[in-house]
Design a protein around this ligand. Structure first.
Ligand SMILES: [Ca+2]
Length: 135
């Protein structure tokens, strides 16, 4: 019974980790409401956690009074896609490596990898504990 409780706690932690990673990816300051499909601080900043230096899109947005309409048709990062197109595609308008022809968002990949690791660790622990119980 005690081992079963431990297994349930470990599995719960693994599942909770998945939700925490997903919630972190969803967190955004209120000013991003205007840019809603964007889910990353990297949309405007060079720092993954936000704050600090602005990338080309962040600079355009800031210098145009944070009015997206003024820069919607512009291609801030020069990757061949307008800022409007990139926001609809949920790619980063300030990163030329992020566009519909490139790879999916770093955050999306990171969330899936961390979630998968958490689930595998939980299953691994359950299997290891059940082997101990059988021996
Ligand atoms: Ca881009």
């Amino acid at each position: 019974m005690k081992k079963l409780s431990k297994q349930i706690i470990i599995l719960s932690i693994a599942i909770a980790s998945l939700f925490i990673v997903s919630a972190a990816a969803q967190a955004r300051p209120s000013y991003q409401v205007q840019l809603q499909p964007l889910e990353s601080c990297l949309s405007c900043h060079t720092n993954r956690g936000g704050g600090g230096s602005l990338n080309s899109f962040g600079q355009d947005w800031a210098s145009n009074g944070r009015q997206f309409k003024k820069i919607a048709k512009k291609d801030s990062d020069g990757d061949g896609f307008t800022n409007e197109r990139e926001i609809k595609d949920k790619t980063l308008p300030g990163d030329p490596e992020s566009n519909r022809d490139a790879r999916p968002s770093y955050l999306l990949i990171g969330s899936f990898v961390l979630g998968a690791i958490a689930i595998i660790a939980g299953i691994w622990t359950l299997v290891a504990n059940s082997r101990k119980d059988n021996s």
